[in-house]
Design a protein around this ligand. Structure first.
Ligand SMILES: [Fe+2]
Ligand SMILES: [Fe+2]
Length: 355
């Protein structure tokens, strides 16, 4: 069997001898090998480690969970809508959307602050040689560094900013973006406990992992959107470089989706002790993970697309009001709506809600 135990130093190790990636003057993580191929950071041991944990899961007869593509809502605004706005000189909604993506990437750093409980005592079966046992031993830290950068090296936050600035020629950034995002986050109610019998730190950690996994999987749509839009010479000042930058970020995301779904599958294959303790009081990991996934997917496929549409509309109207008359605003909104990708959320998420 392949190696299942790795130190955090190994999981965080960088491939030596790469030509660095410089984005808008910022040295970013990752780099190019002798053949000019882009290599993601901290993957030389992390990828084989994840592959070994996945192989072990399969050997033990357990499924690797996956989120079906059919659930993914289309990116809003879609490429045609974004092109329309940019060609009409309405840049703010797109500058806003790209800046929000970079901010969300930077928020990814919170994963390193997620408290990890004493898993060996809360999980009935052994956890040695699993991704689960390595979360606080390098996996969360590597993820945080990839998203937000580390020390003097940029990560995805800086790379998205660079892609935006390359394509749209360093646009003026609206000053209220962060404030509006925080407002939206505050408006959402605090995450409710689904399993009060479970150790709170454990439920919180699993809920965060599930939410981040869902964001990571849905981000695939964002990457396709960003790559297509920013590589379009009609609207992009530097189509080649801007599109390539999004491609590098996309490549770096693979280990995030893979380690999260591996660790969550390992929980699904085990039983969890409740706070009342004792082997008489157990909860199937599958029930817990599936209920958390169900909740996160319901939100992302139903509520979030609506919120996004409202936010874009507000941004279009407010940026147009300053420069155009009411008739032009109406006409542009009509053309914008006509390009909308139809989407109705799937009836079922494929995961069972908690009773
Ligand atoms: Fe990222
Ligand atoms: Fe990520």
């Amino acid at each position: 069997m392949d190696r299942l135990e790795w130190s955090s130093v190994e999981l965080l190790e960088r491939e030596p001898g790469l030509e660095p990636l410089i984005a808008s003057g910022v040295r970013c993580h990752g780099g190019f090998d002798a053949d000019g191929r882009y290599r993601s950071p901290r993957t030389s041991h992390r990828m084989p480690a994840i592959a070994a944990w996945q192989a072990r899961l399969a050997t033990d007869g357990h499924a690797l969970l996956s989120i079906p593509d059919s659930l993914l809502p289309p990116h809003h605004p879609n490429v045609a809508q974004a092109r329309l706005l940019l060609l009409e000189g309405v840049r703010e909604p797109i500058v806003r959307a790209l800046t929000m993506i970079s901010i969300v990437e930077g928020f990814g750093a919170i994963i390193r602050d997620v408290p990890v409980p004493d898993l060996a005592s809360l999980v009935r079966e052994p956890i040695e040689g699993t991704a689960l046992a390595h979360l606080s031993g390098g996996l969360f830290e590597a993820h945080a560094r990839d998203e937000a950068g580390h020390k003097d090296e940029g990560g995805h936050k800086q790379m998205w900013e660079a892609a935006r600035d390359l394509a749209l020629d360093s646009p003026k950034i609206p000053s209220d973006i962060l404030m509006r995002m925080m407002g939206g986050a505050r408006a959402r109610t605090r995450r409710e406990r689904l399993f009060p019998r479970l150790d709170e730190t454990l439920e919180d950690m699993l809920a965060t992992m599930v939410n981040v996994l869902v964001i990571e999987v849905f981000a695939r749509g964002t990457f396709d959107w960003g790559e297509t839009l920013l590589s379009d010479p009609e609207i992009s000042a530097r189509p080649k470089e801007a599109g390539a930058m999004v491609g590098y970020i996309r490549a770096d995301e693979a280990p995030h989706v893979e380690y999260l779904r591996t660790a969550l599958s390992e929980v699904r294959a085990r039983t969890l002790r409740t706070v009342d303790g004792g082997d008489g009081e157990l909860l199937e990991g599958r029930i817990v993970v599936d209920a958390l996934l169900h909740r996160a997917l319901e939100f992302t496929t139903r509520q979030r697309p609506q919120e996004q549409r409202n936010a874009t509309r507000t941004s279009i109207t407010s940026s147009l009001e300053k420069v155009a008359d009411a008739a032009r605003v109406r006409s542009l909104l009509e053309r914008f709506d006509a390009l909308e990708t139809p989407f109705s959320p799937s009836e079922k998420t494929g995961f069972e809600a908690a009773e």
